[in-house]
Each structure stands twice: as C-alpha cells, then as structure tokens.
Design a protein around this ligand. Structure first.
Ligand code: ZN
Length: 278
C-alpha cells in the first residue's frame, strides 16, 4: 500500500514512489492560517522529507475553499500537472479528467468519477483508489449529523444545486463501498462512517424532494420562496435542528459582503426540489 493520505484541512496528499499527488489545494494560505497550522507548509515539509516533488494536483471541484491555494502550490512546484473535470472554471488546469479515467502515479492507481450535483459548475470529481478501496468524495458527503433524525452541523440540509444528479452521484459512491473515505473538509472516515455519511446525505435529499412534492400539491398557489422556507423548517424540525437555530441560519452571514448562508448554501437545493415538483 503506497497510499498514505495526509493533510488536516481541505488539502490532502498521497506520497507515492513516482511523486506526490495532492487532492485539492485548500485555502489555508488564502485565509491566513499561521504556518504551523497550514497544510501548505505541512505538504512542503513532507515533500522535503520524502525528497519527492508534488507531481499532480487533482481538483474535486472549483469552490474557493478547495482551489484558493493553487497558485501557491504551482509557484512551489511549477512542474505539477493540475487535473480537473472539463467543466472546471480553474484556468490552470493542464489535463482534464472524464468519468472513469484512470491515472497511474508510481504504483498507485487513481480512478476519477464524475459525480455532479453539489456545485453549480457541474465539475465534481470523486477520486477512487481501487487497491486501497479509498475514496476522496469531495463535498458530496454532507450528512450534517450522525443520522437523519439528529444534526450537529451548521445547517439541516446539504449544499447542492441539482438534486437528481446529486442522488445519482451519492448512490454511485455508496455502491463503491469504500473502506476509507476522505471528505473535502478533512474528515477521514472508516467503512461504517463512510457508508453512514453518504446514506444520511442521500436520505436528506430524498426527503427534501418528497416534501417538495407534498407541499407543492397541497399549496399550489404559494410562491417558491414560501415553499422553500416551509420545506426548510419542516426538515429542521424532523432533524432536531431546532427552530431557533433555523431562524438564526436565515440571518447569519459567514461572508459579510455576500448573501445570508441560508440563501447561498441552503436555498439552491430546496429550489431545485420545488422546481422539480412544479
Ligand atoms: Zn464545495
């Protein structure tokens, strides 16, 4: 087994005899983390220690928290090939990867799967190491809690834009039955948790869709925004998120210059469901 996956946040890397493969770039430099907490510096140290350069940078999707430190990585390792899906908006992509493409680095095999649904760009790739049964799922796994009935995440719903594609992508990843899974935000999960995270995410999207059909049939003259909020509140209740937190979420702004977190991250998936039910 060559695959030792390291990194703490949104940047992971695998050291192989043929070079180091990074999955996503993270945004530790972009958000100004001190050196000792930054995955960028940890990767630079690992590269020096192993006497191996970074040869590949694989992107799971082009959201800023996954790509912001790309220029810093390329400055440090200008020979590295940036690989992403053709739908990616990242300018530095050197080679595109399509569904099922295989990559060989040292004695490590990596298979790319196109798994859209989360990002508006439709460029999401999951990376599967078949020999290790190890999955990089990007931001696909967003259970928001250990079960459907309980949330401890920031929202009761996952961030997605196309629920139909998202359900298909999640079902594909569940079928892989990973023994280990690395999520886009740095969680390293064993087989049971991997299954659970993917299944709870899928169950939530399915429930959102079912509820949209129910509410659109019952209140056909109500506006989309009213229906979206009604679904949100119902899911928050079913998932024990709490009405107080749900209302807080509707006002909270993690990016002060932009819209509320609710509008940015929760509404797109709910809007897809309402439009599908219309
Ligand atoms: Zn994302």
């Amino acid at each position: 087994m060559t695959a030792i996956v390291q990194g703490h946040h949104y940047l992971s890397w695998i050291i192989t005899a043929g070079g180091i493969v990074a999955v996503d770039t993270g945004w530790d430099l972009y958000r100004g983390l001190p050196d000792e907490e930054s995955d960028f510096f940890a990767l630079a140290q690992a590269s020096e220690l192993a006497r191996l350069p970074l040869t590949h940078i694989l992107l799971t999707h082009d959201h800023i928290d996954h790509t912001a430190d790309l220029s810093a990585l390329l400055q440090r390792w200008p020979q590295a090939t940036v690989m992403a899906h053709a739908n990616s908006s990242v300018a530095a992509v050197g080679e595109t990867l399509a569904d099922g493409d295989r990559l060989r680095v040292g004695d490590l095999t990596i298979v790319a799967y196109h798994t859209p649904g989360h990002s508006a760009q439709g460029d999401e790739l999951s990376f599967w190491l078949p020999d290790e049964r190890f999955l990089f799922c990007g931001d696909l796994a967003q259970p928001q809690g250990p079960s459907y009935g309980y949330t401890n995440g920031p929202s009761p719903v996952p961030f997605f834009v196309d629920g139909e594609a998202y359900q298909r992508s999640l079902a594909r990843l569940i079928a892989l039955d990973p023994q280990q899974m690395r999520t886009g935000h740095g969680n390293l999960l064993g087989p049971e948790q991997s299954r659970q995270w993917l299944r709870v995410t899928l169950a939530t999207v399915q429930r959102i869709e079912a509820l949209a059909f129910e509410l659109v049939a019952r209140y056909p003259t109500r506006s989309d925004d009213w229906l979206i909020e009604a679904i949100y509140d119902q899911i928050a209740d079913e998932r024990a998120f709490g009405l107080r937190r749900a209302n807080q979420r509707k006002r909270q702004r993690s990016f002060p210059e932009r819209d509320t977190d609710y509008a940015l991250f929760d509404v797109p998936g709910l809007r897809w469901a309402v439009e599908a039910a219309r």
